[in-house]
Design a protein around this ligand. Structure first.
Ligand SMILES: *Cc1c(COP(=O)(O)O)cnc(C)c1O
Length: 367
């Protein structure tokens, strides 16, 4: 078959091992997964209720416009309903953006390392990739502006950045948008928006009114705890949103996902609770890292990227034996680091003990 050449250099997404698989292999009673930044507190109880009541009539197509959800979000955020584009996760919105704006002969600029789906989808569209290294975990915005040329169509800003957790602050974003040519789409992926506490974080949505080339991505997969239902969205000026809505599939979000997202969005008390608990647990964990003399990147998210004196694979292997699945930074483009999702209090304390033991083992190695 004569598929695009680029597919010779790519492979299908390989998910981390499933919990059940690891549990069986290692004969462990319990596994704590802290690898994918999922919400350990689950999701709003109200979601279960509405799903129970409305999980029927699967023979009927969903509302392709996601009217109720669109109304709820646009009212809350003071938007025109048509400024929103829903996707099967924000992953799909990323794909739609690439299909609309990128093709052979164009290029796209992103940080490295950052969320891999920008590059993955851009490559499939035949675009050239310009990757600008992070500066101590932060986007090098001047470097990204310097990388712009005639063929640049899309710039990706991941804030907070996955895998480092660092945000782009308000003055930096403002200056970036001021300088960036208006015919380049600037994507601000805020998958961890709800976890941000920094005082200098930008009110990203306020820039949509000023910059017609700016789009913000949000998701129900992280703080809202609905990763398994696959729903996320983009918010942009009408011109951009309209075009993205043309390019998306007509029924790209399911009935269940729409129902659940409406209830989850309305229950901001749950978001406040789980974000509050997460940030408390994060502070305790960070205090532990400080005690151990381990350095880490500034994080405005529900995960921390920790710098290690050894390969991240070693700590990964050690912790999995104890029933904790984390992400080694080796595969994330960050050697000698691990990315750990902030979990429940007791689990974090237990894992901290294991990390301390691991560090002792390796300190003895060094002597
Ligand atoms: C998890 C994540 C997403 C993907 O979210 P979905 O809505 O589940 O597709 C997008 N961007 C970043 C930076 C993420 O970490």
């Amino acid at each position: 078959m004569r598929h695009k050449q680029i597919f010779h250099q790519m492979s299908p997404y390989k998910p981390g091992k499933q919990v059940e698989e690891v549990q069986k292999e290692l004969g462990l009673e319990r596994i704590v997964k802290l690898a994918s930044n999922e919400n350990p507190f689950g999701y709003s109880k109200k979601v279960d209720q509405v799903v129970k009541e409305s999980a029927n009539h699967f023979e009927i197509y969903p509302d392709g416009y996601a009217t109720v959800l669109r109304e709820v979000i646009s009212k809350d955020l003071n938007l025109d309903m048509d400024q929103i584009v829903f996707g099967c996760g924000s992953d799909e919105v990323i794909d739609i953006i690439c299909r609309v704006y990128l093709e052979e002969g164009t290029n796209t600029i992103m940080a490295t390392p950052t969320f891999p789906q920008y590059k993955h989808n851009a490559l499939i569209q035949g675009a050239a990739i310009k990757e600008v290294p992070l500066l101590n975990g932060y986007h090098d915005l001047q470097g990204m502006l310097d990388a712009i040329d005639q063929d640049t169509r899309v710039i990706w800003l991941c804030s907070p950045n996955n895998p480092t957790g660092c945000i782009i602050n308000q003055p930096s974003l403002e200056r970036f948008l001021e300088v960036c040519p208006e015919d380049i789409l600037v994507v601000m992926d805020e998958a961890y928006y709800e976890y941000i506490t920094a005082a200098d974080a930008p009110d990203s949505l306020s820039y949509i009114h000023r910059y017609p080339n700016f789009i913000v991505l949000r998701t129900f997969s992280k703080a809202y705890g609905l990763a398994g239902l696959r729903i996320g969205f983009g918010i942009a000026a009408l011109e951009v949103a309209n075009i993205l809505n043309i390019a998306r599939g007509p029924f790209n979000t399911t009935k269940l996902a729409q129902f659940a997202a409406v209830e989850a969005y309305r229950d901001q008390a749950f978001i406040n609770y789980s974000v509050g608990e997460t940030n408390k647990n994060k502070q305790v964990f960070i205090d532990f890292l400080d005690e151990q003399g381990l350095d880490y990147y500034d994080s405005e998210t529900n995960f921390v990227l920790i710098k290690l004196p050894v390969s991240g694979d070693l700590l990964f292997d050690y912790l999995i034996q104890q029933g904790f699945i984390i992400r080694s930074g080796e595969a994330l483009g960050m050697p000698n680091t691990v990315r750990i999702t902030i979990g429940e209090k007791e689990d974090m304390l237990e894992m901290a003990h294991h990390i301390a033991d691991f560090l002792k083992l390796h300190a003895e190695d060094d002597i």
